[in-house]
Design a protein around this ligand. Structure first.
Ligand code: FES
Ligand SMILES: [Fe+2]
Length: 369
């Protein structure tokens, strides 16, 4: 038999599994935060949940720092939005913090708290490892572990190149899926589902073939585009004065373990998603669309961005909704089924994803088969 076994259904709804994943997968991996250009100004910030840890990545006068997003006073969230521009100041009683997490301001300290420098130091926020690859930022909550370039292996150079190419943000947003985060990731790891799930959308856009490469749980799936979208993009590039990636010109898809997916269309548009667990059977999909840089280095006008947005928002939304429906249908059955599904050769990227996952959780979780 060529096919291999998938994960046991229990690992898609079991609370203990998620608990182990939070510390052994998410907190030990380098997790994608965002692009440097999204927090280039003083006080810009991005927040995200990494395992059990709320994290804020904040710009302090040009210096970027990843800190625990929980106030040391009475545990309020320091930054409550997903992105924004605001000093690192607690909204509850206005305690403020410096780039290394040290307390910088405590209202009424002298009369009501009496915190000296040592006491303030003890109340510093935990700081996490932050590293960049090109224009992309990654955080690791666990103190010890491989460097980002070791973690990414050959994907370091790929991400460095594409993140420096796709510099123009067009749109971003979130979706809520009623699925385990792994099931959500699995929807983007094969094109076997395209004929069944996306007959009117993705099937008209790319051919049902894929060439796969991998390093640990990180994988590539290169799929040739149909002729029509290639023609459309050639015209769009000319009209919008966009460059084309010199390395990627088909539908080039990358998955960076544990939860980052990046699709490039004809070397012109980047569609990026992360899948955050929000419970055993809930996840949040965060997406971004970014365009290739312009030939003349100029900024794309808002009118052009609006046109691209109008064109792709609908397409992106429809495809993601088609994926959500099938994933939620699988999820709904997990609890009533006691045997694992199987994966064909055409689904080998999912096997690499599972291998990396098993490697991380196995010492801490009895695996069902
Ligand atoms: S909880 Fe943050 S200042 Fe009180
Ligand atoms: Fe899909």
């Amino acid at each position: 038999m060529i096919a291999k076994q998938s994960l046991h259904p229990e690992h898609y709804y079991d609370a203990k599994t998620l608990e182990v994943e939070q510390t052994q997968v998410f907190e030990k991996s380098w997790v994608f935060v965002g692009f440097k250009d999204q927090i280039s100004q003083n006080h810009d910030f991005i927040t995200l949940q990494v395992g059990n840890t709320p994290v804020v990545v904040q710009n302090f006068n040009g210096e970027l720092s990843a800190l625990l997003n929980v106030c040391s006073h009475r545990k309020a969230k320091l930054q409550t939005a997903q992105r924004g521009n605001r000093p690192l100041l607690c909204p509850y009683h206005c305690w403020s913090y410096k780039s290394d997490g040290a307390l910088s301001g405590v209202p009424q300290n002298r009369t009501d708290f009496g915190l000296d420098d040592l006491a303030k130091k003890k109340l510093a926020l935990k700081q996490f490892n932050l590293a960049s690859c090109g224009n992309m930022l990654f955080v690791r909550v666990a103190k010890e572990g491989p460097r980002l370039d070791e973690f990414l292996g050959p994907y370091f150079n790929i991400l460095e190149e594409i993140s420096n190419d796709f510099v123009d943000p067009v749109q971003q947003g979130n979706y809520h899926w009623e699925t385990n985060w792994k099931l959500a990731c699995e929807t983007v790891l094969e094109v076997y589902h395209v004929a069944g799930t996306h007959p009117e959308t993705f099937a008209k856009f790319a051919k049902p073939e894929v060439e796969v490469a991998h390093f640990n749980g990180h994988t590539t799936g290169n799929t040739p585009l149909q002729d029509a979208p290639k023609k459309w993009w050639a015209g769009a590039r000319k009209h919008l004065k966009l460059e084309q990636s010199t390395s990627y010109s088909e539908y080039n898809h990358f998955f960076i373990y544990p939860n980052l997916a990046i699709g490039l269309t004809n070397g012109s548009l980047m569609s990026l998603q992360t899948y955050e667990p929000k419970g055993t059977t809930q996840s949040q999909l965060n997406f971004q669309l970014r365009m290739m840089r312009r030939v003349d280095g100029g900024a794309t006008s808002d009118a052009v961005k609006a046109a691209i947005k109008a064109n792709f928002t609908e397409f992106n939304h429809t495809i993601l909704e088609e994926d959500r429906l099938v994933a939620e249908s699988c999820q709904a059955n997990m609890q009533s089924i006691d045997s694992a599904g199987i994966l064909g050769k055409c689904e080998e990227r999912i096997l690499h994803f599972h291998d990396a996952w098993r490697h991380d959780v196995q010492p801490h979780l009895p695996l069902r088969d």
